[in-house]
Design a protein around this ligand. Structure first.
Ligand SMILES: *Cc1c(COP(=O)(O)O)cnc(C)c1O
Length: 452
């Protein structure tokens, strides 16, 4: 069988195989890698998932992409090793459930992708005998998930930049207490500043001697593992062939693209709901066909979704035969009618987010944090436009409420229970560097760290 090829959404770079797409991150033409043609799962293959544990479903989905690149026994071991935690599906009413993707070591859904990515990257680097520095900017959860996933992976150093005043203390402690091959740098600035510094480093000729890679959601290696939990949820809740509804709180649109990938591979999805916070570029685009990114991005209580221009939009638009570049310029309009048939999106203000946390707690004794509350409210917005007709629906809770104790306490009057993995991290001593949003200083820092 010929290896699957990945082409760039900008259409100006040659197609490459998974290994290369993975190690490069972004395509040379600044587009994003995406499969030229999706592998599919037959209805019987999907039906068989009903009896399988999560890691086995992960293996069967991902092996469609890794054929000829990773031996299947190796992939099976990686999946078993990466996915050793619970994925609770909590019934709320009728066939409406909340899927908690917050039981990994850093209590956000980003563990699912980061843990697989670190294992694959470690394997590829080992084969090549190479060293690599993973440089990443975080608005809260990515940094912690990446730092944990790559902690003590041989051949890899991790440097995480975070905005000192924009993340919660629990989010911070999950990355500043690791040490060894992980360094964290607090920036006196906004997330946008951190991201700009990282981008500048990637483009800096003075750093050419330092092999750098990113672990952000533009990497196809982060996207593919995020398709697995949609298959998993359907395997537990839907009859064979029965369509399902998902609501996915969205920032960079990496998580929702996992559902799009699952659908392209054959999973029946009735509607994919993609609620956002005040950063409402996408729902406006869906309604009007005019795309205008939000710059600078707006701060909101669902801080991991403070994204003014979702990087994965290029992939979503490509699925609907359009083309949008990394600056947000549309070169070819996607099939908007088809997008509106498949997707629904609304913007949820902080006020509605907090009201939702309160309402869902009072009505169902179900504790959501802000990101999950955006998903819940977006689902309700959709229900006002179309009936669910007895189908199963899954609302994704993407972080553990214990990551935001101050916010939860302010909203419902008590602090959430802290899961054991987090209690341990919170007790360890913190160690991080600190600097202003000054690129020259950061360059010097990278050069120094590379020597030592
Ligand atoms: C990153 C993140 C999101 C947004 O996911 P995207 O893939 O960027 O759309 C939502 N919730 C939480 C808790 C996150 O950490």
């Amino acid at each position: 069988m010929a290896a699957l090829l990945f082409s760039s959404t900008n259409g100006q770079s040659p197609a490459v195989n998974l290994r290369e797409a993975f190690l490069r991150g972004q395509a040379p033409d600044r587009g994003l890698y995406f499969p030229e043609k999706f592998p599919t799962l037959a209805p019987e293959e999907i039906a068989a998932f009903a009896k399988l544990p999560y890691h086995e479903i992960a293996f069967r989905v991902l092996s469609k992409y890794t054929d000829g690149i990773i031996p299947s026994d190796v992939l099976a071991t990686l999946c078993r090793d990466a996915y050793n935690f619970e994925i609770p599906l909590e019934k709320v009413y009728d066939r409406v459930c909340v899927m908690r993707l917050d039981q990994g070591p850093t209590a956000s859904f980003k563990d699912f992708a980061a843990r697989m990515m670190a294992r694959l990257m470690g394997k590829f680097l080992h084969e090549d005998g190479k060293q690599l520095t993973i440089l990443t900017a975080t608005s809260g959860d990515t940094g912690a998930a990446v730092a944990h996933a790559f902690h003590n992976v041989p051949g890899i150093r991790v440097i995480v930049l975070f905005p000192i005043n924009e993340i919660s203390m629990s989010q911070r402690k999950l990355m500043t207490t690791l040490s060894d091959n992980v360094r964290t740098v607090a920036i006196d600035g906004k997330f946008d500043d951190c991201q700009a510094m990282v981008k500048q480093a990637f483009a800096d000729p003075a750093l050419k001697h330092i092999p750098l890679s990113s672990a952000n959601s533009i990497n196809i290696g982060r996207l593919l593992p995020q398709s697995v939990y949609y298959f998993y949820a359907a395997s537990r809740l839907a009859q064979p062939g029965e369509p399902i509804v998902f609501s996915v709180p969205s920032g960079n649109f990496g998580d929702m693209m996992g559902a799009v990938v699952a659908r392209q591979m054959g999973l029946p999805v009735k509607k994919l709901i993609v609620p956002v916070n005040d950063n409402d570029a996408f729902p406006r685009f869906l309604a009007t066909g005019v795309y205008q990114k939000i710059s600078p991005s707006r701060n909101s209580v669902s801080n991991a979704m403070n994204v003014g221009h979702p990087s994965n939009l290029a992939r979503l638009v490509a699925v609907y035969s359009g083309r949008i570049d990394e600056t947000g310029k549309i070169h070819q309009q996607p099939d908007l009618a088809a997008m509106r048939r498949d997707l629904f999106s609304s913007s949820i203000s902080d006020q509605r987010t907090r009201e939702t946390i309160r309402e869902v707690w009072n009505k169902y004794e179900l504790l959501l944090e802000a990101h999950g509350a955006v998903a819940w409210r977006g689902f309700q917005d959709w229900l006002a436009t179309e009936p669910l007709s007895g189908l199963p629906a899954v609302i994704l809770e993407t972080a553990n409420p214990a990551k935001f104790p101050e916010e939860i306490e302010k909203t419902i009057g008590f602090a959430p229970d802290v899961p054991p993995a987090m209690t341990a991290a919170i007790k360890l001593p913190e160690d991080f560097d600190r600097m202003g949003a000054d690129y020259e200083k950061f360059r010097e820092y990278l050069i120094q760290r590379h020597i030592n």
